[in-house]
Design a binder for this molecule. Structure first.
Ligand SMILES: Cc1cc2nc3c(=O)[nH]c(=O)nc-3n(C[C@H](O)[C@H](O)[C@H](O)COP(=O)(O)OP(=O)(O)OC[C@H]3O[C@@H](n4cnc5c(N)ncnc54)[C@H](O)[C@@H]3O)c2cc1C
Length: 606
């Protein structure tokens, strides 16, 4: 076992982790970043469409309108203080990224170009506005490369391909983390004054997902097992446009450029569900509409998918009908949606310039996660009690800025805004804080768990359990939900956990690059995420944002303008049969509604 000592340890090297690392190092802290992937392979690099900020480069825009869209898009569950910070800080953050060298696309007069995206409007919902800043459809890739370069320049220490498997606590304070070095199988203890989790999401809980294989909820799970609750887990976003059968994401930017959704009769069905903003309605609405079309037999060829059409002749026809003067052609698409063309041609052999693209909703983004305040400090209860030394940012965290449903482009904003705030807060904290002692035998418990997995010789393969989990979550805890379906899922998950603890087997018993073993461990994390999602979902007896119940169809603002906090009732991180408590005493922050009636919850009109 090796011990490393750094004032700040950041787990995860996606946009959130790198932004936090950059700011903590600029604030003078000694910073290490520990990542199971090589940094530039993080999922942030897959983000296509853009990053939203009210720069107003092409038409008038204001942060307060961005905050409004965020709150409304989040179906009023977003904390309004956080939404305002997000919208206001976004403007600075984008300018700063530009100054760091991020190659944004430009307007003819040299300013950062912006495009439309679902749910982005001007003047409190009046009409669509161009707010998404982009670097072609490779925005996330460019953010990641830019931030990584800056971190290297700032002497941040990187531990690449180190898999964090436990967080170390001293009483109520966080003092470090344990990682396994993939190439050797050795245990490394990171002793820190401040630890920030930026480990991203857990889309791999579901069968059809846009998320990379690595997105297994590890960071959230290890923190959850050490007594920190998870917030708003029931809110998981399904993006409407995943490639049929694969789930690979097609950016909302396609619809932003004029692409439209068609059913088997060639009808533009979004006109029916969202007469005002149609195909650019928020993601929950579009995903549900696709699901309903399919359910009523209007999927293409009677199957469970519809078409996304970006062929210039189709787009131009609808643009003309809408009275717009703009027209597009093949070259325009080649330039602005290069990745999209590539993905469709490579994965399913469809050329979007000549054919419509088959799509279905895909598990995409977790609105919930590790609860934090607006400075990325982790909180442990409804009262907002801060856990000393523990921070979280990015998709793994729940600030909560996305409420019940995230707007497109707001995740990248969240990473840079709250990653930065977390980095600054940690730099300030470590100036006066001491290193608290590590627990005795810091790796004892986690080593025992890994030995159990390594030596397991039951009958059930890891991938069988994973497939069963993904199927039951897709069938019962996805776009539409019922009490009965969710209870079926909960019972199945219990059974899967039992098998996981008593009957699995793995093939590779070695130490070096043992991905077999790591995958077995990741499945345990996925099960934690699946179970906390299903339990939080069955507890919330209303429909709001991405949480849509057929047995409670209405949004209930009287009883449910509250966040869910789910706690494990056990100190044993590897309890085979954990029970949970759900606390709904954390009220949504309504600071804008208190001064402006436009922020008071209203029924959404599409
Ligand atoms: C295909 C796709 C397209 C998207 N497009 C957009 C978009 O256009 N606009 C937008 O706003 N959002 C978009 N999103 C969402 C957004 O990209 C993600 O929410 C965001 O990038 C998450 O960033 P992150 O920094 O939180 O984590 P990630 O970028 O996912 O990085 C996670 C990091 O944690 C590390 N890690 C994980 N587990 C461990 C462990 N156990 N030990 C050590 N390290 C660990 C990984 O190595 C990685 O470095 C998209 C998402 C997807 C999947």
């Amino acid at each position: 076992m090796q011990i490393h000592k750094h004032e700040v340890v950041i787990i995860g090297a996606g946009g959130a982790g790198l932004m936090a690392a950059l700011y903590a190092s600029r604030g003078g802290a000694d910073v290490a970043v520990v990542s199971k992937l090589y940094p530039t392979r993080s999922h942030t690099g897959a983000a296509l469409g853009g990053i939203g900020a009210a720069l107003g480069n092409l038409e008038e825009d204001k942060p307060i309108w961005h905050a409004f869209d965020t709150v409304k898009g989040g179906d009023y569950l977003a904390d309004q203080d956080a939404a305002l910070i997000l919208a206001e800080n976004a403007v600075d953050a984008i300018v700063e990224l530009e100054h760091m060298g991020l190659p944004f696309d430009r307007t003819p007069d040299g300013r950062i170009s912006q495009r439309r995206f679902g749910g982005h409007t001007s003047n409190f919902g009046e009409k669509p506005v161009r707010r998404a800043c982009h670097a072609a459809d490779r925005t996330g890739h460019m953010i990641l490369q830019t931030l990584y370069q800056q971190c290297i320049k700032n002497n941040v220490n990187f531990f690449d391909e180190y898999h964090v498997v436990d967080v170390l606590m001293n009483g109520d304070a966080c003092v470090g983390a344990v990682a396994i070095q993939l190439s050797t199988g050795e245990y490394h203890v990171f002793h820190a004054k401040a630890v920030l989790f930026a480990t991203g999401g857990w889309g791999r809980v579901w069968q059809i997902t846009s998320n990379a294989h690595s997105l297994t909820g590890d960071g959230a799970a290890v923190v959850f097992r050490r007594g920190i609750p998870m917030e708003d887990m029931e809110f998981y976003q399904f993006h409407p446009t995943g490639l049929y059968g694969l789930g690979v994401l097609l950016t909302e930017g396609i619809r932003g450029e004029g692409g439209i959704l068609l059913n088997r009769n060639g009808e533009r069905f979004m006109e029916k569900y969202a007469p005002k903003i149609k195909d650019l309605a928020s993601r929950d609405v579009v995903s549900r509409s696709i699901y309903l079309e399919v359910r009523d037999g209007r999927g293409i060829n009677g199957r469970n998918y519809v078409h996304l059409d970006i062929r210039p002749q189709t787009v131009n026809r609808y643009l003309a009908e809408a009275g717009e003067t703009r027209r597009i052609d093949d070259d325009y698409i080649r330039k602005n949606l290069a990745e999209t063309l590539d993905v469709c041609r490579t994965y399913i052999g469809v050329d979007p310039l000549t054919e419509p693209i088959p799509i279905q909703p895909t598990a995409h983004y977790s609105m919930g996660g590790i609860p934090t305040n607006i400075d990325a400090e982790v909180i442990r209860d409804a009262a907002g009690t801060v856990v000393r030394g523990l921070y979280a940012a990015g998709e793994v965290a729940c600030v909560s800025v996305h409420g019940a449903n995230r707007l497109g482009t707001n995740s990248l904003v969240d990473l840079v805004v709250f990653g930065r705030r977390g980095g600054m807060k940690m730099a300030e904290f470590v100036k006066t804080a001491e290193f608290l002692p590590l627990p005795n035998n810091p790796t004892e418990q986690i080593q025992a768990e890994f030995e159990r997995l390594r030596k397991s010789n039951g009958k059930t393969r890891v991938h069988e359990l994973r497939t069963r989990m993904q199927k039951v979550m897709m069938d019962h805890v996805s776009v539409f939900r019922t009490e009965e379906g969710m209870n079926t899922a909960i019972a199945e998950l219990k059974e899967l956990r039992h098998l996981y603890m008593t009957d699995i087997c793995i093939d590779d018993r070695g130490t070096k690059y043992n991905t077999d073993l790591m995958e077995a461990w990741e499945l345990g994390c996925l099960l934690d995420m699946a179970e906390s999602t299903a339990l939080s979902a069955v507890n919330r007896k209303e429909s709001r944002g991405a949480h849509s119940r057929e047995d409670y169809k209405a949004r209930d603002d009287v009883n449910w303008l509250v966040h869910t906090l789910i706690h494990r009732n056990t100190d044993d991180p590897y309890d085979a049969n954990p029970t949970y408590t759900i606390d709904t005493n954390r009220k949504v922050n309504m600071s804008l509604a208190d001064v402006d009636e436009r922020f008071v919850p209203k029924e959404r009109v599409y």
